[in-house]
Design a protein around this ligand. Structure first.
Ligand SMILES: [Zn+2]
Length: 266
């Protein structure tokens, strides 16, 4: 257990038997009327890359795949009624499912799993903004990305900079960040968006979520990369520069963390 500022305690539990899932138990202590305590469970995934079917390890064991993820989440839901399910992007691209069905399979299955909020990864743009808007229209979850202007009108209507979800009385503000697409996509697709500085946007989001909406907890769904050296800004630099974020759920760099990194109390 780690004791953090603004009356937030996080209990980190990595459940190794659930591949691809990170589970955090979060306790928030409220100061307003003496101390009262509330908690919820956060499950997050990232970079699932159209892995609909399981793949085989070198030992021949099945790993990953959407059905295994579904069963694992359902099992946790049975014990943990107050739960947030988040994804940090790049749920598209990587198997023939994406090539044949253009990403719709992933969205429909994520609906089935009951995702609450999802960030955009660079690979979500692989078929362009119009195709992305068409399939995100079918999403039952909120898609967040704060540091881009989307020139495709349908996409700009669907993607929100942030969302606020109250879980077990805890008001959770969730905003999204995406790395610079310039080197990661074609010039034609990059023209469909305008990239904005992630640090400035993160500060703006924290200000809105804390001061305007009085959120108890701020989560950044980041597709900047945990320690991506090539990225202009990665999650470590974000944590160093925007300490008001409570939790960064990161994707993109495929970094396996044995345990969460704590930097600047983030
Ligand atoms: Zn990525």
């Amino acid at each position: 257990m780690l004791f953090l500022p603004h009356s937030l305690q996080l209990i980190f539990t990595m459940r190794n038997n659930f591949h691809n899932l990170i589970v955090l138990f979060i306790i928030v202590l409220f100061n307003s009327f003496g101390y009262s305590q509330s908690s919820f469970t956060l499950i997050h995934t990232n970079d699932t890359h159209s892995q609909i079917e399981p793949y085989l390890s070198i030992n021949g064991d099945e790993l990953g795949g959407i059905m295994r993820r579904y069963v694992a989440i359902q099992e946790i839901r049975k014990d943990e009624p107050h739960l947030l399910l988040l994804d940090a992007g790049d749920f598209s691209q990587g198997t023939p499912y994406f090539n044949y069905f253009g990403g719709e399979v992933e969205i429909r299955l994520m609906n089935m799993l009951g995702y609450d909020a999802v960030a955009l990864g660079n690979h979500e743009f692989d078929n362009g903004s119009a195709a992305l808007a068409k399939r995100l229209k079918k999403a039952c979850f909120t898609v967040v990305c704060a540091n881009y202007i989307f020139h495709n009108k349908k996409l700009s209507k669907i993607v929100k900079p942030y969302t606020i979800i109250t879980v077990n009385g805890i008001k959770v503000g969730i905003f999204g960040l995406l790395t610079n697409l310039q080197e990661l996509t074609t010039p034609a697709i990059f023209k469909e968006v305008t990239y904005l500085d992630p640090i400035n946007k993160a500060k703006e989001m924290v200000h809105i979520l804390k001061n305007k909406y009085q959120c108890d907890l701020i989560i950044c769904l980041s597709h900047l990369g945990v320690d991506a050296a090539k990225a202009e800004i990665n999650d470590i630099q974000l944590a160093e520069q925007v300490g008001e974020i409570d939790i960064i759920v990161g994707g993109h760099s495929h970094t396996y963390l044995e345990e969460p990194k704590i930097i600047n109390n983030v």
